[in-house]
Design a protein around this ligand. Structure first.
Ligand SMILES: Nc1nc2c(ncn2[C@@H]2O[C@H](COP(=O)(O)OP(=O)(O)OP(=O)(O)O)[C@@H](O)[C@H]2O)c(=O)[nH]1
Length: 215
């Protein structure tokens, strides 16, 4: 999106992409933002950032996404970005049981370091490599259910379910705002009102302040 493009969003959500090294986190973010596969992806150093405005049930939401390094040596840096995240994609690689086994640790980090109300979507990436699969859909869905996570399998290579993953997470946050379960005004919620909401609020306030006609 060009710098000069003006987009008024209703909300701004802070998102994290977490999970073991090599699971495809950077490729998922790239596919989501650029609509193409990042063919030569190298290990993330610390964190990388991306943002995109999406339409969720008629609301425009700006997602601010922090793609974190999965390598252990960056753990202290990446942990400092967890604070105040509203949503997270927790990624494992369906062809690597090791990355699946590490999910519990990632989950503990997310729930303790980010907002306690953080909405997490479990992502089984590399769905296109069916022949090399080490983790079945069924066992991962059970894990998701037991840990109150949403779940999708994706392919950053083909793009399958990539946009759906980010949208599903955003939709769930929006639903909780609408029911009052999440309060955008609470500091550290990972949610902010966007420019469109501010403009609406300002308009309403100005209308309320307008003096009664004295004629
Ligand atoms: N076949 C296939 N390969 C993928 C997919 N997603 C990522 N890859 C490959 O997996 C490797 C790792 O991808 P990255 O996106 O760099 O992984 P990462 O999770 O960001 O890794 P760290 O930055 O080290 O945490 C790369 O060689 C990608 O080309 C996918 O959906 N399918």
């Amino acid at each position: 999106m060009s710098e000069s493009y003006v987009c008024f969003s209703d909300f701004l959500f802070k998102f994290l992409v977490i999970g073991s090294a090599g699971t495809g986190k950077s490729c998922l973010l790239h596919q989501f933002i650029e609509n193409k596969f990042k063919a030569e992806s190298s290990h993330t150093i610390g964190v990388e950032f991306g943002s995109k405005v999406v339409n969720v049930g008629g609301r425009s939401v700006k997602l601010q996404i922090w793609d974190t390094a999965g390598q252990e040596r960056f753990r202290s840096v990446t942990r400092s970005y967890y604070r105040g995240a509203a949503g997270a994609l927790l990624v494992y690689d369906i062809t690597s049981r090791e990355t699946y086994n590490a999910l519990t640790n990632w989950l503990t980090d997310a729930r303790t370091l980010a907002s306690p109300n953080i909405i997490i979507l479990l992502v089984g990436n590399k769905k296109d490599l069916e022949d090399d699969r080490e983790v079945t859909f069924l066992e991962a869905s059970r894990f998701a259910q037991e840990n109150e996570l949403m779940f999708l399998e994706t392919s950053a290579l083909s793009g399958e379910n990539v946009e759906e993953a980010f949208l599903k997470c955003a939709k769930s946050i929006l639903a909780k705002i609408e029911t009052g379960e999440l309060d955008p005004e609470r500091i550290g919620s990972g949610i902010q009102y966007g420019d469109a909401s501010f403009r609406r609020l300002n308009r309403q306030q100005q209308q309320q302040r307008r003096p009664e006609c004295s004629c």
